[in-house]
Write a protein that binds this ligand. Structure first.
Ligand code: AMP
Ligand code: ZN
Length: 114
């Protein structure tokens, strides 16, 4: 469940209590389709261990985050993306709505420079 014994909607997806379109699953993280896509391709890479903020990240969790970043480019065929953008929202004002750390993976369109 995670270091601080919290649960959330992403924990429920990881536990299989809530259905989702899982495109990749390994010991440490899953990649799912975002339910409300903001680009033609919009995925979420979610560590299996619950924690909300980079500020609380342990060495083990940071290794998982590195593994996610290393794996995403290897999954271009699975995700059917070419170029992509990765975003992590941290805090309410930044747009974070689910307080279980996750990477947004966005692709399938031309992005501007913010
Ligand atoms: P954030 O706003 O950065 O916390 O991102 C949360 C994301 O989770 C949003 O893009 C939501 O559309 C997405 N989301 C919420 N519930 C689900 C769900 N059940 N399955 C897939 N994506 C979800
Ligand atoms: Zn969680």
């Amino acid at each position: 469940m995670g270091n601080n014994e919290q649960t959330c909607i992403f924990c429920d997806i990881i536990n299989g209590k809530i259905p989702s379109k899982i495109l990749y699953n390994c010991d440490d993280f899953i990649i799912i389709e975002d339910i409300n896509p903001q680009a033609p391709k919009h995925f979420l890479a979610i560590p299996k261990e619950h924690f909300a903020f980079l500020a609380h990240c342990t060495d083990t969790q940071s290794t998982v985050l590195g593994k996610i970043l290393q794996t995403i480019p290897q999954l271009k065929q699975v995700l059917q993306i070419d170029d992509f953008r990765i975003i992590i929202n941290q805090g309410k004002s930044a747009g974070q709505t689910v307080f279980h750390l996750h990477f947004h993976i966005l692709g399938g369109k031309e992005f501007g420079n913010f």
